[in-house]
Ligand binder design. Sequence first.
Ligand SMILES: [Fe+2]
Length: 482
Amino acid sequence: MLGGMSGVDRRTFLLATAAAGAATTALPGSAHAATPVFEHGVASGDPLPDGVLLWTRVVTTEPIRWEVAKDPAFTRVVAHGHTVTGAHRDHTVKVEVSGLRPATHYYYRFTAAGTLSPVGRTKTAPRPSDDCGSLKFGVVSCSNWIAGHFAAYGYLASRDDLDAVIHLGDYIYEYFEPGVRVTEPQAECETLADYRTRHAQYKTDPHLQSLHAKHPFVATWDDHESAENASSIGSPVHDPATEGPWATRLAAATQAYFEWMPVREGKLTRRLHFGRLADLTMLDLRSYRTDTTILGPAQRHWLASSLVDGRARWKLVGNSVMLSPLKIPPLPGQPSTNTDQWDGFPADRDHVLRALDRAGMKNAVFLTGDIHSSWAIDVPFGDTTVATEFVTTSVTSDNFDERIGVPPRTASLQIEAQFRTLNPHVKFVELDSHGAQVLTVTPEQVQMDWHYVADKRDPNTSTALTHSWRTRHNTAQVEQIL
Ligand SMILES: [Fe+2]
């Protein structure tokens, strides 16, 4: 949280700061101070029908002016104010803007000591009562700096038609190893300074900056924002004997994430509403995880008791790791199941899926990241299917062919066939490609389009729509379109 304040207190603080700033006609002079620079771009997140969260970073002791306008030239400013930042939050800036119109594009920018930030574009959500005909979301996960360039982000930035970008985690990677690009720091992140430096470097990427500046994000985290296969009680790559208490490291990773990401601070579990068409529930599958639960008691109760609530036709769920049960083909050095996924927590999964089954709800669509590959799955429960799961491939993180060192679309073809045979509920799996996804939601169906990049090592690589699957209203069964 910002300075230990609750969300309500923080909102009040920002509004009060804005009101105080609005009475100032000119920013105090800073002729002798270094000229501030907005080197990490601008971002927005978690759109509401009447507001959105704005983000930037700038090193200054001056008040920072923010403006929201209907046009990119800022001739029609509809909201403005001032705020402040400082070293206590690594000079990151967040502004909670309210009083906006629903389902509307806005432009925003910041000014610090006379320096203008880049201009960002964002969009508010429809009102919960609105019958919006369709929604489009970018859906992404697993962007590893060392593994390549973020051209997949650039593809989503080139599109004008997205309502938001859903990020399912592994936005940064904490470790250090040789690759296409070199990370900062040049060591595994362990301290608050390390995680801040890593986040800062990622936000210098031009593709990522352009994506943040074009669409609001709705993000949750997975393990690599802290450490490999993290839970609330540890990580297999964290050694308390040499690296200190896990709680200290997790707190550092959490603080840096909340400072640097356009999310409301304090809790990643939340639900956003997009008219009568879709609710978007975002889960946190790391902060409350132990050896026996992936959700933790409070999140489990909330999810099972409220997922089917409300009038929204589709219940989208941002879910960082695979929900569906998955038998893994015999592979050297591989276990038969991945217990970092929900497969390691069958009681939690049964609890959630039973709630869907009892409600007769077939319109839950789980959007999943983590495993650097593309999947479309009928989520099984007993002898029926109760939901749909679409899994995003990685922006850059290594996938199957790269991990075993073979050319793409060779050895993977047989493994994909084995996955489908062992898991009849898996209708589509592609293990080799990288890219970004676009999810289109209409009253009749939810469709996932996989857009693959040709070469993740090339920042200017091409992108092509390669696979497309849908689930139709009240079926919980995926169908191939492309
Ligand atoms: Fe990942």
